[in-house]
Design a protein around this ligand. Sequence first.
Ligand SMILES: C[S@@+](CC[C@H](N)C(=O)[O-])C[C@H]1O[C@@H](n2cnc3c(N)ncnc32)[C@H](O)[C@@H]1O
Length: 259
Amino acid sequence: MPTSAFDRLKPLLGTPAEIEDGYLDLLGAADQAGPPTGLTQRLMRTTVLPRVYERYWRPALGRALKGPLGPGMAGEIRLATQLLDLQPGHTVLDVACGTGRFTRAFGAAVGPDGLAVGLDGARTMLAKAVAEGGPDTVVYLRADAVHLPFNESTMDGVCCFAALHMFAEPETALDSFARVLKPGGRIVLLTSARRAWQPARLIESAGGIVSGQKMFDRGEIAASLRARGFTGITERYAGVTQIVAGRLGRAPRIVGGGG
Ligand SMILES: C[S@@+](CC[C@H](N)C(=O)[O-])C[C@H]1O[C@@H](n2cnc3c(N)ncnc32)[C@H](O)[C@@H]1O
């Protein structure tokens, strides 16, 4: 009998978990993963946002933040898949997957022998992701993105788009991402990037404070990855966003205080 994606996910986890509403739930009664970080994170847990997220919210907000020259949604997904160098049979983790648009594409890229895991803290987002369906190789998990529940060296690729700036401890999250990657595994991140020019920087920093999101500096994420043992790092900037990718060397170095 062929094993289900859930059967293949469970041995990768450090703790046992039950399937609830189509996804594995490691957070139980807790409404959210980790400490609250503000307005944007709260919006993600509403019932309305997941309904309009993929079609309207994410493309419109993404365009506003990336500017006219940044990639569209299809371009982002293509770029993420390429930068992760996904191959048939790979195991890939989509951290803060939201409604699973990237997870579904990764599931198709890794083929029937691979596994694409979408992890998010919001029940409402995961309910929509499950309802969207997708390849049999896709599976969803409710857990904290900052302290990933996976065993060490279990993933060939880790993607985290549009979320790192929302986490209470982004540096700890980066440690966690490095810890779960196999040696040679690839990472790709899309997050905030404020400009160096002082007036723009002030406005962008204020926007970050109001929305409860951290504004990273240009070059900051690349430096954080380098410090953790990533090599071949590439950076792409568009508007107030950055897409940073790299490949883990032989073993991760823990920098931010734990995984
Ligand atoms: C803007 S969405 C990004 C979704 C998708 N990656 C994309 O690019 O469209 C951010 C997601 O991060 C999730 N999130 C925020 N903090 C989290 C945490 N500490 N653990 C798990 N998920 C978290 C939210 O629930 C939300 O679904």
